[in-house]
Design a protein around this ligand. Structure first.
Ligand SMILES: [Ca+2]
Length: 419
């Protein structure tokens, strides 16, 4: 064998190796015949792990129930358009450590449930650029799910997200009715102690149910980072953020920072905090409370681990701004702030340039932090209004140091999606 043939043989081996592992694109189109598929269920049945299923928008796919039991991606076949589906969807990981993705789905009828996770490691489900018109997202029944949702809208009756671990970035939830917490985070099976990120979400509680929260944290195996969310409650005994159980591991901490929390005249407590076993920092939040007798930040139990600073509270009853805690002098409990009801961002008053003065918290324009969801690097306008119609790749979240020292390395981590 001469040198050329040796090279060809090696090249062929490489090519055949690639062919063995190459994923297939399966196309779904209404009325399609092979090699296309008429239903999503038929494409899943024909798919192998690693394949992409490209669903062509147009007439809704009426699938009644759909079990995604392969490691596949369900993607829109037309950039900038969602495909409509009517189905109750179950996501069933085929193997330990599975990774299943839905992009560009408009689920007009139905909910999404996480099935049994095999093995002892997490399996991952990601939903991006999708809409659920009248349903919920349940990934808590099995405790080894990682749920990541970016740029999704969850609407209708009981549009809740129940989860154990993952990231919720830049989503929009609006409850027409129902009695569930909008985002509910429970403990994992194993104490991995990773952080759950809930950042840049808009949560509108338009319903009149009571004893429910925009975000309800009841997880003692992980830490949380709740930032730049805009949460509006609407009725008596609705709470914007409730913390009821935290990780006892002192090596980590929790953060509630730069959220705008709006209570209507009927609210009871805006932020309801029970005992925290590790440090929990509550900084730069803007609380707008309408009614008399409404508490701003309410601490129940022994809470020496909460650090509550530079929050701005506009209260009909300023004496009710805090319950169970002493102002450290940095919180403004009779704020004169105004805010933009559409974005939640502070417009005028004490909240503007009223957040933590350290430049690690600086705004996009490098001025001092604005309390509320317009302040800091995760400013709400990074995420809203959502733009699912733009084509192509997107970076959904960037975690970077807030201050860079000359001569030091910078560690920067980004989550992105590109079909
Ligand atoms: Ca500012």
């Amino acid at each position: 064998m001469n040198l050329f043939n040796k090279f060809s043989a090696i090249a062929l081996m490489v090519i055949s190796t690639i062919n063995l592992t190459q994923a297939t694109d399966l196309v779904v189109v209404n009325g399609g015949v092979l090699p296309q598929y008429a239903t999503i269920a038929a494409a899943i049945a024909a798919a192998s792990d690693g394949d992409r299923i490209l669903v062509t928008p147009g007439i809704p796919y009426n699938e009644s129930s759909l079990n995604i039991n392969k490691n596949v991606q369900l993607l829109s076949n037309t950039e900038g358009q969602q495909y409509q589906v009517s189905a109750n969807i179950t996501v069933t990981p085929p193997v330990e450590g599975s990774n299943i993705i839905i992009q560009g789905m408009d689920l007009i009828v139905g909910s999404i449930n996480g099935g049994v996770v095999p093995g002892s490691a997490r399996s991952k489900f990601t939903m991006v650029g999708s809409t659920i018109r009248n349903g919920y997202v349940n990934f808590y029944t099995n405790a080894r799910w990682e749920l990541n949702m970016m740029q999704d809208s969850i609407l209708g009756t009981n549009p809740y997200i129940y989860m154990r671990f993952g990231k919720l970035i830049g989503n929009y939830l609006n409850t027409a009715s129902g009695g569930e917490n909008c985002i509910y985070v429970l403990s994992e099976v194993t104490a991995a102690a990773d952080s759950v990120y809930i950042v840049g979400n808009v949560i509108i509680m338009s319903n009149s149910g009571s004893a429910q929260s925009g975000i309800y944290w009841s997880n003692n195996t992980n830490f949380f980072y709740i930032a730049n969310n805009y949460i509006k409650t609407n009725a008596y005994a609705q709470y914007s953020i409730t913390v009821n159980g935290t990780n006892a591991n002192q090596t980590g901490s929790n953060t509630i920072i730069n959220n705008t929390l709006y209570n209507s005249s009927q609210g009871y407590q805006c932020m309801l905090l029970y005992s925290s076993s590790c440090f929990t920092f509550v900084y730069n939040n803007l609380l707008m409370n309408g009614g008399t007798g409404v508490y701003g930040i309410y601490l129940g139990g022994a809470n020496t681990n909460y650090v509550i600073s530079y929050n701005h509270l506009q209260q009909t009853s300023p004496t009710n701004a805090f319950y169970g805690l002493v102002n450290d002098g940095t919180n403004i409990i009779a704020s004169n702030s105004t805010y933009d009801a559409a974005t939640g961002m502070a417009l005028t008053g004490s909240a503007v340039n009223g957040g933590y003065p350290n430049d690690a918290f600086a705004d996009h324009d490098l001025t001092r932090n604005d309390a509320g969801c317009g302040g800091g690097s995760f400013r709400i306008t990074n995420f809203h209004p959502m733009n699912n119609l733009s084509n192509g790749a997107r970076v959904t979240f960037v975690n970077a140091p807030r201050r860079v020292l000359m001569g030091n390395n910078v560690s920067l981590k980004a989550d992105s999606f590109d079909k």
